[in-house]
Ligand binder design. Structure first.
Ligand SMILES: [Zn+2]
Length: 262
């Protein structure tokens, strides 16, 4: 299953091959929204040819099926506000997010006791997202821009306002605050924290990987869990892992439940 297809089918296929997956292995995809960097239109043909099931919001379903009897119609399913099972044994819960005029959708995936929270292109972090991602094993979330770099960039003011105005993208500071809250709540409520943090959708112009790493490494819980996703190269395979608790975690883990101290 793919989450978003902003690269062409050919480019996606090449990147999948480099990590041992073929396009023929893909039976379904879910879409956060339909901006060009999340849904490349070349996929319309491939979806029909390969009979790939698509999960997205009702609004985006209507955009995809822009005429009656569209060949995509039997393949696209709207998933607003309801958990669905896109693959056997995989539960996907959508979360409505603010982004530009039409919003985007975050997802929590649960399968066989493991879970992933995935959210990109969100203007702000609503409480429902923190709640949904509390207790996940893996966290993938947008960290789009550094505020200072954004303000000092040569971008038009209107674009800066769109990005920073609460319906655009998450800054590094906002992402850091959200990850901190998710970790704190996960420790308190579940006794464990995500074993992986993947930072998505980093701006090339208004972000800096070294700056971002330094910011996240201020919290010792994040330092060895961090992966920065790239636009043009795949990350290695990431799996939820059980780790010994880091210094400082054990106390926090043990304090709310007691059970983790044993
Ligand atoms: Zn985007």
């Amino acid at each position: 299953m793919l989450v978003d297809v902003g690269l062409s089918p050919r480019a996606t296929s090449a990147q999948l091959s480099s990590v041992g997956v073929e396009l023929a292995d893909v039976s379904s995809m879910c879409l956060t929204h339909l901006d060009g960097d999340h849904f490349q239109t070349g996929w319309r043909k491939v979806i029909v040819e390969r009979q790939i099931k698509v999960f997205c919001s009702e609004l985006n379903r209507r955009h995809l099926l822009n005429r009656d009897n569209h060949p995509l119609a039997p393949l696209v399913r709207a998933v607003d506000f309801q958990a669905v099972e896109p693959l056997g044994g995989l539960c996907m819960t959508p979360i409505e997010l603010r982004h530009d005029m039409e919003g985007s959708t975050g997802f929590r995936f649960d399968s066989a006791g493991e879970s992933l929270g995935f959210a990109t292109d969100l203007g702000r972090v609503p409480p429902v997202l923190i709640e949904a991602f509390t207790g996940v094993n893996m966290l993938a979330i947008e960290s789009n821009y550094d505020v200072k770099m954004q303000l000092q960039s040569s971008r038009p003011n209107a674009l800066k306002s769109r990005i920073m105005g609460g319906s655009g993208h998450l800054s590094n500071d906002e992402c850091f605050a959200a990850v901190t809250r998710i970790f704190d709540r996960s420790q308190l409520r579940c006794g464990h924290v995500p074993s992986q943090i993947v930072l998505l959708h980093r701006s090339r112009q208004c972000n800096c990987p070294d700056l971002l790493r330094r910011q996240f490494e201020r919290d010792p819980r994040f330092a060895d869990r961090l992966t920065l996703a790239h636009q043009d190269q795949p990350t290695p395979w990431l799996r939820p892992v059980t780790r010994p608790t880091a210094p400082g975690e054990q106390l926090l883990l043990g304090w709310p439940t007691g059970a983790a101290l044993r």
